[in-house]
Write a protein that binds this ligand. Structure first.
Ligand code: BGC
Length: 758
């Protein structure tokens, strides 16, 4: 599978946040009339063409079979048999391909160009899981805005983002692409990203169409293995998986992408329930659904279709409107309609949806409007874009441990920066790095050096090399490492230093698509390096680089300080240095639990109580006998260089009427000596339901900045709809009864107050 495309030129513009709601895609009467007129002119073959999406084939210089395939596809383009292309990048290339479609085909319907703009186009932001740790919706929206501005300037109309899959299994490599384990946080972030990509209106030149993916439940694959089976209840689907998708839909997302997995025996691509009943039925979605790469063809491997013809039939019936790279529609849909096996109305509906988005993007007014080399030259990788990337990167860092207040560091003395990720400029760019310039991230050594200038001596040693293959998209690493040749230099630097910053973790492509790992501890000799460094200098700050929560129980038990720095993008080294030296007081909170052991997975805070809740000392309760049930670091957890004290929550009333509300207020005080930002979190438990309910569910959060000694009352308003869930009767509603509200700095350390819904 080819995802890469030629590197394009870069561009950028001012970072502006749109306050107005993004434009959904309401059926506009004029547009619908134009679509009717167009549909009336189109042959069946041309209609099916709109439903066909190819990956880039403008480069005809490949080996013979490739060349032949590319030529055939070019012919399809000229014949109106292609509605969209992905991976065509740059003003010039998109203009050339668009010309073939617009000037070469009978009706001249413009192409829509899609691309995976996941965490930046040329300016790279933290991976989405990292950004989620900021809990800063404005910063996340700004990040998507920059990505859209750059991508749009390079001819891209449509991003395959945001990925909104809930994931409770850090073995799954694609956990890095989402917002973590929680549906409430996930829904807020999904909407923020849609707003960021789509801006005030899809017709604006710096807006691109967004795509909520992967619909649905792709993140709950058995064993955390990519592309694997999912078997979940309707309750879990509705209460856990769908909320972020629904939030994206309500924020006006233009498109959805379905997923590779099955749910309970039905592959999502062929799921009438997901696509026709819920998405287009219950939610009234007016945009279109694109399949995932080849997922229509994969219906054959799933064993629900005997051949590609039947696969096409199942997918179109289910509501998959556009076929990404399976060529099932372009090859078989005409014959399926002509033989009466598929109604032409199905095809018309899909084409109408696709044309709607093309109209909304202004492509019928000017098909070349995004393909402007001047804009492309002017708008990529600007100072402002880098500043936005640094802002969200430092907000994404989570301080996991700070024993004895070793952090923040002084900008003085001797600092040894050791480890495979100390001078590396690649890992922080992560997977799905758009058109990042290779090795362009600011390294940790560079960031620290820039922060301390000549005030401190900075030593550097790698200690252990990066594990071969973990930084390469196409490689399969073997994880056999026995090269200790770097140990002496590393230990020498550690001995000479006042403090060691030890950069450990995972390579750029150890997370992402097809990067599931059964073992998510530190690989290779990294643990050994930590032990040996600690033996010669106990002032060690571990900086973790990774796209997933790692199992770091032994690190937590030995190193005095740990910063979780994810894969932070272009400005990584500067952002980490900002936090190391206290120029930014860390405020990030975990969007996913850090397990103590892989054996605890799935481990998440919003679990059910069970009939035998874990009781210390009671063997016959739901617990492990060899370790606690609780993760090492819970959802919502993260420290600051200051301390915050919480009062117990106070309620405006002990009872809520169905149309009324209850205000939950806690007083939060900065009891330390530095100004700091705290993410105050509200959770709720529904004590008795028609189906069992989680022990806690996030219902609100607020970022609050407090001066030393300052207190603030932080209030949340709860209304009955906030307590709603998918009940035993299959309705989304709140059930009367007793509830508990919890407020605290994370999902574990909360104080509570009861209330009743009448
Ligand atoms: C991924 C999608 C992606 C698509 C196009 C697939 O393999 O699952 O997330 O958008 O490729 O690159």
């Amino acid at each position: 599978m080819t995802k890469g495309s030629p590197f394009a030129v870069l561009i950028a513009t001012a970072v502006t946040l749109s306050c107005s709601a993004p434009q959904p895609t309401p059926p506009d009467a004029d547009v619908e009339a134009r679509i009717d007129a167009l549909l009336g002119q189109m042959t069946l073959e041309e209609k099916v063409g709109q439903m066909n999406q190819y990956s880039s084939f403008h480069d005809l210089t490949g080996p013979a079979p490739e060349e032949e395939r590319a030529r055939a596809r070019l012919d399809d383009l000229k014949a109106g048999r292609v509605g969209s292309m992905l991976n065509v990048l740059g003003a010039e290339a998109t203009r050339a391909a668009q010309k073939e479609a617009v000037e070469g085909s009978r009706l001249g319907i413009p192409l829509i160009f899609g691309y995976d703009v996941i965490h930046g186009y040329r300016t790279i932001f933290p991976v989405p899981l990292g950004e989620a740790a900021s809990w800063d919706l404005e910063a996340i929206e700004a990040s998507a805005r920059v990505a859209a501005t750059e991508a749009a300037a390079a001819g891209v109309h449509w991003t395959f983002a945001p990925m909104v899959d809930i994931c409770r299994d850090a073995r799954w490599g694609r956990i890095m692409e989402g917002a973590g384990e929680d549906p409430f946080l996930g829904a807020r972030i999904a909407a923020a990203r849609v707003r960021g990509f789509q801006g005030a209106s899809l017709s604006d030149l710096d807006s691109i169409a967004a795509c909520a993916k992967h619909y649905a439940a792709y993140g709950l694959a058995e064993g955390g293995r990519d592309y694997n089976t999912v078997d979940i209840s309707e309750q879990t689907l509705r209460n856990v998986v769908l909320p972020p998708f629904h939030a994206a839909e309500e924020a006006g997302v233009a498109t959805f992408m379905n997923s590779f997995n099955e749910i309970g025996g039905v592959p999502s691509t062929a799921s009438v329930h997901l696509q026709r009943e819920i998405l287009k039925g219950e939610w009234g979605f007016e945009g279109f659904v694109v399949s995932d790469w080849g997922s229509i063809g994969e219906l054959v491997a799933h064993g629900v279709a005997a051949d590609l013809t039947q696969a096409a039939q199942l997918a179109v019936e289910a509501g998959s409107d556009m076929d990404m790279e399976a060529q099932a529609y372009v090859s078989h849909l005409v014959e399926l309609v002509e033989s009466g096996r598929v109604e032409e109305a199905r095809v018309d509906d899909a084409v109408r949806r696709i044309l709607r988005i093309k109209f909304a993007l202004g492509l019928f007014d000017d098909p070349y409007r995004y393909s402007d080399s001047e804009r492309e030259k002017a708008l990529l990788l600007t100072e402002e874009h880098l500043a936005a990337a640094r802002d969200v990167a430092r907000k994404s860092i989570v301080l996991l441990k700070n024993e004895g207040g070793i952090l923040p560091l002084e900008k003085g003395g001797t600092i040894a920066v050791i480890g495979p990720f100390a001078a590396d400029k690649n890992a922080a760019l992560g997977s799905w790095r758009g058109q990042a310039i290779p090795d362009s991230a600011v390294s940790l050594v560079e960031g620290i050096q820039a922060a301390v200038g000549s005030d401190a001596t900075v030593l550097h040693a790698e200690g252990v090399p990066l594990i071969a293959g973990t930084q390469d998209f196409g490689a399969a690493p073997t994880f056999v490492e026995d090269d200790r040749s770097g140990f002496p230099a590393a230990l020498d630097a550690a001995r000479r230093a006042d403090v060691v910053v030890l950069a450990l973790g995972e390579g750029a492509f150890q997370s992402g698509e097809a990067r599931s790992q059964a073992d998510i501890g530190l690989k290779g000799l990294q643990d050994e390096l930590l032990r040996e460094v600690l033996a010669v200098n106990e002032n060690v700050v571990v900086v973790l680089t990774a796209g997933r929560p790692l199992v770091i129980t032994h690190v937590a038990g030995s190193a005095p300080a740990i910063l979780n720095a994810w894969l932070l993008g272009s400005e990584a080294g500067h952002a980490i240095a900002d936090v190391l030296f206290g120029d930014y007081n860390p405020s990030g909170k975990l969007p996913a639990s850090f397990p103590r052991s892989v054996g605890q997975i799935p481990v998440y805070y919003a679990h059910k109580n069970t009939g035998r809740p874990a009781t210390p000392g009671n063997v016959f309760s739901s617990r492990y006998i060899d370790m606690p049930n609780e993760p090492l670091y819970p959802f919502g957890y993260g420290l600051s260089y200051t301390t915050f004290e919480y009062s117990a929550p106070r309620l405006s009333a002990a009872e809520m009427t169905p149309g009324g509300s209850v205000e939950v207020t806690a007083t939060v005080k900065n009891t330390g000596e530095r100004v700091g930002t705290e993410v105050v979190q509200l959770y709720v438990r529904d004590l008795v339901g028609s189906v069992t309910r989680p022990v806690k569910e996030l219902k609100g959060f607020r970022r609050v900045t407090l001066e030393p000694g300052e207190s603030k009352d932080v209030s949340f308003t709860l209304e009955a709809p906030d307590l709603a869930f998918f009940t035993a009767e299959g309705k989304w509603e709140a059930e009367p009864g007793d509830f508990v509200a919890f407020v605290g700095p994370n999902s574990r350390d909360t104080q509570e107050a009861p209330f009743t819904l009448k």
